[in-house]
Design a binder for this molecule. Structure first.
Ligand code: ATP
Length: 263
């Protein structure tokens, strides 16, 4: 049984169009796995397939268990998800939205337990979303909504955290705050936890991810063009082939990680 998250022959089509073509990859626990690639490559499609939100061929397993065999509550105990856009029922406060992250852990119709309250409090504090938790989500800013969505995913306390562009609406200080919490979160249970994070900023991906998966579109659907450490994946040749432009890749003396500049 393989620990972590494994995709085998994952194929997704929208109507007649194949978007992901037989992707196979093993994502090991204890690591932040960055999913990168150009717009339209299929990153969100991959994430949605893993979450069981869209139909796919092939298999997705967590700790050796097929996700297809799980009902939504079971799946939510294994995987927590931050979508690109956080939606919430009208008039829900931030706190109520985060409490929704606990549904898979509660018995049906039960009130929030003290463990639920603790998890919600901790997630709100960690993300800073406690500052607007009493206000309706609909009346908060895009960045605040994104942080509330992250808090909901963390409150779920699932070992696999899947974040689709979690910093797209954030200023640089909040970008840092979010990316800096990933490794400490993993380190609480490194044998079981892992993060999959979709990022467009390749320098931040190099700095905060242990491994990168570079997804590129192909004639018959996207393929994994490269998978490995940031040093393996962020090469001038691979990035030129993926994005169609020249880039400068150099090690930052400040962060000691690769910095990628589009030319
Ligand atoms: N519901 C859908 N129906 C049909 N085609 C879709 C659907 N959702 C996505 N696509 C197409 O599938 C391809 C992959 O889209 P996807 O959103 O997965 O890409 P992405 O890599 O996440 O892009 P981005 O970086 O722009 O968010 C795109 O060509 C997109 O137009």
């Amino acid at each position: 049984m393989s620990a972590g998250l494994s995709l085998t022959g994952l194929t997704v089509s929208y109507g007649p169009r194949t978007v992901l073509n037989e992707l196979s990859v093993d994502l090991t626990p204890g690591r932040v796995h960055g999913l990168i690639g150009p717009n339209g490559a299929g990153k969100s499609t991959l994430v949605k397939a893993v979450l069981g939100l869209i139909a796919y061929e092939g298999s997705v397993t967590v700790s050796g268990r097929s996700l297809a065999s799980m009902n939504p509550r079971q799946r939510a105990r294994h995987l927590a998800y931050l979508a690109q856009e956080t939606s919430s029922p009208a008039d829900f406060t931030g706190r109520q939205l985060v409490e929704m992250g606990r549904y898979a852990r509660q018995s049906r119709f039960a009130a929030m337990s003290s463990a639920d309250e603790r998890a919600v409090d901790a997630a709100l504090r960690l993300t800073g979303a406690d500052a607007w938790a009493q206000r309706p989500v609909a009346g908060t800013s895009g960045g605040e909504r994104q942080l509330t969505g992250l808090a909901r995913a963390l409150a779920q306390e699932a070992p696999v955290l899947v974040l689709d562009e979690p910093i797209s609406a954030l200023d640089m200080s909040h970008e840092m705050a979010v990316l800096c919490l990933l490794h400490p979160w993993l380190d609480e249970d490194p044998a079981n936890r892992l993060v999959v994070v979709v990022l467009h900023d390749l320098s931040l991906a190099a700095r905060f991810c242990d491994d990168l998966i570079l997804l590129t579109p192909g004639r018959h659907g996207a393929v994994i063009a490269a998978h490995g450490t940031p040093d393996d994946v962020l090469t001038v040749d691979l990035l030129r082939a993926a994005y169609g432009i020249d880039v400068d890749v150099r090690r930052s003396p400040v962060t000691d990680s690769l910095s990628v500049t589009a030319l």
